[in-house]
Design a protein. Structure first.
Length: 570
DNA sequence: GCCGTTTTCGGCCCGACTGTTTTCAGTCG
């Protein structure tokens, strides 16, 4: 049972309790759910240590329920609650504008149980007759049912960021300041909607220009929401300059981070809102985001850390890590060319990397017997090595490492002979087949591969693809141990649908003493820019510069690849 | 249901927008 699943159960309880008009308990369950959802440590581990009640927001009762969930896989309390709400509350509440109160009212007055019932009632104009409902509510229900059918759920960070950047740059000329906020600024792997914050002397003009990008859903004096033709929502908020910092703080979230921050504000006699930090009627901070944190007695917290996953406690004690920066990367360690399945030549890739001021780049085309991806055999590897040597002479400012991405076979051996691997500067191992092996065998397979003396990097270690494919089952703890034992380093793959290791797994690995690489797995020149997504996940995992090995100078990097010093001494 | 250098009882983040009703409840973020 994963943290996510436990959180979902607690959210369900909160929803039902809210429908049943129970006071405050929904907040308590929701708070516990959010904490658990964002926690890097497995709840199961905490349960084993008998420390469930140490989780913030979890008291004796919720701890008992988590225990039951972990021990039996279900929860009697939830089953009982579900019986009290014999209608599809989840489906009904998934309709925009439908909350617990309306869902319950419609059930009691019209016996509406399902989305179908709801649609039918609306079409027959039954809803407008009810007290508290009206014609417009009925129309919006019909419209939103239709939209829910086509609605896209969350989208990848790599998809959302360019959209946001385009909107921001288009509106810039009408604004004093404009920035994207929300989960996008926190660089979360998926984004629910895009939040943009601006201050301007002519807000109406900004809203007018903004409205051209999509269909207007909500429009007030300070806020406008549009729907892009992909179904995706973009919010624009306009505030006064003296509130821009506090608004940026507020709209960056996360929600749990903000709630925690506001509680600190209250405990110090302040009130914190998007308009500023107030002591009575007097604003003590607001123009600059940093001031909000400073005035609350906190270290500035980078957006990527704002998940209420320990960052506030550290900020209070001034012990936050100095995160690896977006400029710290000195080279990319996984890059494909047209020797295998990449689009560009070695020279084009090297030239692009040099333009990024990289000090080194590893050319790591697929090698071995992999049927897909045009993998190279021994002869072609040798040929490519010669070409690399030629190109190296043309680009003295950047070191080109000869490498390969090698298949980890079913039994854990590598798809290329050791005598060939020996000649390479860097060897990347990856699982590309037999994803559904039993957990024990998969673990042993990967550990076997890592014990090979020439392998350096384990690529996209869990094999997950966001919103498409779950990680293959294996014991992550054992891989962490193998990583340290054999000096084979896991990567954070920057590809937006991979981001593998994830922020949570990367943090777990680093807490256990692992160092990582951040690579793009580029298949074209443009892909080299994906590195920012990988670095973002490293930052979300609390990585400092020392934790990321491709921040090292070339000379030190080579020592790492030659495995001459143990993992712990790097 | 949780939590406490104001409290073991009595609070619980805060504000915008919409639609309904006519001063506010519900929903959303």
């Amino acid at each position: 049972m994963r943290n996510y699943e436990i959180a979902q159960i607690l959210y369900q309880i909160a929803d039902i309790l809210e429908i049943l008009k129970v006071e405050w308990k929904p907040n308590a369950y929701r708070k516990a759910a959010r904490t658990i959802e964002a926690m890097p440590e497995d709840v199961y581990e905490i349960y084993k240590k008998n420390e469930l009640e140490k989780i913030p927001g979890v008291g004796i009762h919720i701890a008992g329920k988590i225990k039951e969930i972990l021990e039996t896989g279900s929860l009697k309390y939830l089953d009982k609650l579900k019986k009290e709400t014999p209608f599809d509350y989840e489906g009904l509440m998934s309709i925009e504008g439908m909350g617990p109160k309306k869902v319950m009212a419609l059930y009691q007055k019209l016996k509406i149980k399902t989305l179908k019932d709801l649609e039918k009632a609306a079409k027959h104009h039954k809803i407008r007759e009810l007290f508290g409902f009206g014609e417009k509510t009925e129309e919006s229900i019909l419209k939103n049912i239709e939209l829910a059918r086509t609605k896209k759920k969350r989208i990848l960070l790599g998809t959302a960021l360019p959209i946001a950047e385009e909107i921001v740059s288009g509106l810039k000329k009408y604004c004093i300041d404009i920035k994207y906020a929300g989960s996008l600024r926190r660089m979360k792997e998926t984004i629910g909607d895009i939040d943009i914050l601006a201050c301007s002397e002519n807000p109406e003009k900004v809203f007018e220009e903004f409205s051209k990008s999509g269909e207007v859903i909500v429009k007030g004096s300070t806020k406008c929401t549009i729907r892009l033709n992909t179904g995706f929502h973009v919010d624009l908020r306009i505030v006064k300059p003296e509130s821009f910092g506090s608004a940026l703080q507020y709209f960056t979230g996360s929600q749990t981070h903000n709630i925690a921050l506001r509680r600190i504000a209250i405990s110090k006699g302040y009130k914190l809102s998007e308009y500023g930090l107030f002591s009575g009627a007097k604003q003590t901070a607001g123009s600059y985001e940093k001031d909000v944190y400073t005035k609350l007695g906190l270290q500035y917290i980078e957006p990527e850390l704002r998940e209420n996953a320990g960052e506030i406690e550290h900020a209070l004690k001034n012990t936050l890590p100095e995160l690896v920066s977006y400029n710290d990367i000195k080279g990319d360690m996984q890059v494909h060319t047209n020797w295998s399945d990449g689009e560009n030549t070695v020279q084009e890739m090297v030239k692009a990397a040099a333009a990024m001021k990289y000090k080194y780049i590893a050319v790591t085309d697929h090698a071995g017997n992999l049927k897909i991806a045009n993998a190279m055999n021994e002869t072609r590897l040798k040929k490519q090595a010669k070409e690399i040597e030629k190109i190296q002479k043309k680009f003295p400012q950047i070191k080109i490492l000869k490498g390969a991405e090698v298949e980890i076979l079913k039994n854990g051996s590598l798809g290329v002979k050791n005598s060939v691997l020996k000649e390479l500067d860097v060897v990347i191992g990856a699982v590309h087949s037999y994803f559904k092996m039993p957990e024990k065998e998969m673990t042993q397979r990967i550990v076997n591969a890592m014990s090979n003396e020439y392998i350096n990097i384990l690529a996209h270690p869990t094999g997950r693809k966001i919103m498409q494919k779950l990680p293959y089952g294996f014991d992550f703890e054992k891989i962490i141990e193998a990583s340290k034992k054999y000096s084979v380093f896991m990567e954070i793959n920057s590809w937006p649908e991979r981001l593998d290791l994830s922020d949570i797994n990367a943090r777990k690995a680093m807490e256990r003493g692992c160092r990582l690489f951040v690579n793009t797995d580029s298949h074209s020149v443009q892909n080299l820019n994906l590195i920012r997504f990988g670095i973002a996940q490293a930052r979300r995992a609390w990585a400092e510069k020392k934790d990321i090995l491709n921040t090292l100078d070339y000379e030190k990097l080579v020592r790492v690849l030659k495995k001459t010093s143990p993992h712990s001494k790097l």
